[in-house]
Design a protein around this ligand. Structure first.
Ligand SMILES: *Cc1c(COP(=O)(O)O)cnc(C)c1O
Length: 319
């Protein structure tokens, strides 16, 4: 359902003293949406082109990528196999896991949270099953990153229509495909806002290096000869806190602020930390002119154990 809306956020802007625009990838027509749909458009296109019947991928149990893959697979008549880190959680499934079950994905718990081992399990299953297509963590392959190069062009055209010229587009980052695609789109457009990613998980060993590699490889698929380096990636670690899925006060505050000023819902694991980075930069006077926040989705994980209590206790402390 493209283009996703580009909206002004007037009350948030007033609160921060900075003109903020929201790029709404949290809305869409497929499986509660989110940024992973952009990558799946291209990767599952490749899978179908190669005659795939099954798609195999991996993630943490509350992975938005795994859920988006399950929903897209349902829509396309593919079988989704999701290799999950750790053990099955106690009790009935919640959040993304509930959706994975509704989309009829096959879920396998690897019993470990080691990403290398999960990836090896994905490879083995892909070999075992006939006509299977493997997706890496977050769907961040070069083909997947193409989705965000296209998304960048979409944003530039919306900014032109709105006659607004932001210098930066902020977003949450982990597996690198979003940042890589935006970097590639920016390099190809030679204009428009520069992407600023906030790494919310450090799940990959060298995120800037991986991101530059993804951008160059995706560019090569388009016939572009780019040589971006890890120094071209802008991945800020200031909102990481204790790592992937760990709560931060700034993230909790960002969820409350966006909810009460704009009626827009952020997720605690990714978009809240990205928005917390924008809020911190705005308050420190580091944002010059208008700015775009790319809302990457992720809402379903709000409805999992622990978050409700934290969010409400923080709301009751607000002056
Ligand atoms: C996966 C995800 C991100 C990060 O995107 P990557 O391409 O993996 O870096 C950001 N926000 C949400 C909600 C996500 O699910």
């Amino acid at each position: 359902m493209l283009p996703t809306p580009l909206e002004r956020a007037p009350r948030l802007s007033r609160e921060l003293g900075v003109e903020v625009w929201l790029k709404r990838d949290d809305v869409g027509s497929l499986g509660l949406a989110g940024n992973k749909v952009r990558k799946l458009e291209f990767t599952l296109g490749e899978a179908l082109g190669g005659g795939a019947k099954t798609v195999v991928t991996l993630g943490a149990p509350q992975s938005n990528h795994a859920r988006a893959t399950a929903s897209a697979a349902a829509r396309l008549g593919l079988q989704a196999v999701l290799v999950m880190g750790g053990k099955p959680p106690a009790g009935p499934p919640t959040g993304n896991l509930l959706l994975d079950a509704l989309f009829d994905a096959e879920i396998l718990y690897a019993g470990t949270e080691e990403w290398a081992q999960l990836a090896a399990t994905v490879d083995a299953l892909t070999q075992e099953r006939a006509n299977a297509y493997a997706l890496p963590a977050g769907g961040s392959s070069p083909v997947g990153a193409l989705g965000f190069a296209a998304a960048y062009a979409e944003l530039v055209s919306q900014l032109e229509s709105a006659r607004v010229q932001p210098r930066h587009v902020y977003h949450a980052s982990t597996s690198g495909g979003t940042h890589a695609g935006l970097m590639l789109g920016h390099a190809l457009a030679r204009a428009g806002p520069a992407p600023v990613g906030f790494d919310v998980g450090q799940i990959v060993p060298d995120a800037p290096g991986l991101t530059a590699w993804l951008a160059n490889e995706a560019g090569a698929l388009l016939g572009a000869d780019l040589s971006l380096t890890r120094h071209d990636a802008h991945l800020d670690l200031s909102q990481l806190g204790d790592g992937y899925g760990a709560f931060t006060h700034a993230g909790i505050e960002a969820i409350g602020l966006l909810a009460r000023t704009e009626g827009v819902v952020l997720d605690p694991v990714y978009s809240a930390k990205g928005m917390a980075g924008l809020i911190a930069d705005a308050r420190a006077g580091r944002i010059d002119g208008p700015v775009v926040f790319w809302h990457t989705g992720g809402g379903p994980s709000l409805f999992t154990a622990g978050w409700g209590e934290r969010l409400l206790s923080s709301a009751s402390r607000r002056p």
